[in-house]
Design a protein around this ligand. Structure first.
Ligand code: DP6
Length: 356
């Protein structure tokens, strides 16, 4: 339990609060949704440690108590209209349950520890940090008595409405989202998952092959699943992979983990390629790297796997005992190719946290 959680201001007139929420990398991919941000298949993710968003809300009284007024800054800059709209929508949704939010003028300052469009989901950390901060504000303004678990569950629910993958970022070290994965998993919010000890610390080196923003947004990508020829097959595959992944994570089976993680990454790109409007996101360098990585790994019994989100950048996940070997492979590969490829190093994290 976070020691700051029950800290209450005597003066709710104005104040400041702040939450930190990490990004996550999906091992089982959420791809395709229906209704109100409900996934067509369950997903499983590992929460990251160093890639996070910190969101501070400063609130003060407002003259007329109609819809909430807010200003949102990312790294002290105004954000684009699209993202601002997403923020406004989430405020509106959370204020429907906590109407005192509408009586406040909100100044929201957000910072990311990682650059945009790097293959790290900024919507996952950004929208989960925002949901946590807004929930925290609503709870304080209404003097709501909520257990920490119930608070996180609600925050995960609201984060999902902001961005699907964001609901998983509330929890650590791993999270499951979607009905049918376990007896208590649901489409409404994510639940935490604790694996075998050997999976509690996994490195994630992210190779940034392109910093150009994606040509197809995640939302547009999810839509491609609506009338995809392989939709039913994909749902069956994701459900089976989820069961096998949870078994692998529970039992410490790295071979199975590697097989399923990579199957999911390539299936995601296969689905994009075979959509009615095909989407090709892997670059020649991404493919060359994957080929070389698989050749390097062959016969070594390395506890290392690749995964890829909906972009060209590649995550290499590996156990701490292979740190030197994998890092040397990556840096030699980059040096030999003389490419300006950035690498971001991350690892399994501990989840969201209230800062003050
Ligand atoms: C490929 O959560 O970004 O990263 O719900 O539309 O905001 P929206 O989509 P988003 O989709 C993430 C897709 C993915 C796989 C995953 O993280 O599970």
């Amino acid at each position: 339990m976070n020691p700051l959680f029950n800290f209450t201001h005597t003066d709710t007139d104005k104040g400041t609060l702040e939450w930190r929420s990490p990004s996550n990398i999906a091992l089982i991919k959420y791809w395709g949704k229906h209704g109100e941000q409900k996934p067509i298949n369950p997903s499983v993710s590992m929460t990251l440690k160093y890639a996070f968003t910190q969101t501070e809300i400063h609130w003060s009284p407002k003259s007329s108590p109609s819809a909430a007024d807010f200003e949102f800054f990312l790294s002290q800059q105004k954000v684009g209209e699209k993202f601002e709209k997403r923020v406004g929508q989430l405020i509106k949704i959370i204020a429907a349950e906590y109407p005192k939010i509408n009586e406040k003028l909100l100044t929201i300052n957000s910072i990311n520890t990682f650059p945009h469009s790097t293959g790290i989901a900024s919507s996952a950390s950004g929208l989960s940090a925002l949901a946590l901060a807004l929930m925290s504000l609503g709870k304080r303004l209404h003097g709501q008595d909520l257990s920490y678990d119930a608070f996180l569950q609600k925050a995960s629910y609201y984060a999902r409405l902001g961005s699907g993958s964001a609901c998983r970022s509330v929890y650590a070290p791993y999270a499951i989202w979607g009905a049918g994965a376990t007896a208590n998993s649901t489409n409404e919010f994510a639940i935490p998952f604790t694996p075998h000890n050997d999976f509690l610390k996994i490195h994630d080196s992210i190779l940034i092959f392109s910093k150009t923003p994606k040509t197809v947004s995640s939302s547009a990508g999810h839509e491609l699943m609506n009338n995809h020829a392989y939709k039913q097959g994909r749902i069956a595959q994701a459900n089976e992979n989820t069961q096998n992944m949870l078994e692998a994570l529970k039992s410490g089976d790295f071979e199975k983990w590697q097989h399923i993680t990579e199957n999911e990454a390539l299936a995601l790109h296969g689905l994009m390629l075979s959509s009615v409007s095909p989407v090709l996101q892997l670059l020649p360098d991404s493919i060359q790297f994957l080929t070389d990585f698989m050749a390097f790994r062959k016969g070594k019994g390395l506890k290392a796997a690749f995964t890829i989100d909906a972009g060209p950048n590649i995550h290499i996940l590996y156990a701490p005992e292979h740190y030197e070997e994998v890092r040397a492979f990556i840096s030699n590969w980059i040096t030999e190719r003389r490419r300006p490829i950035d690498v971001i190093d991350d690892e399994t994290g501990k989840g969201a946290k209230e800062l003050f």
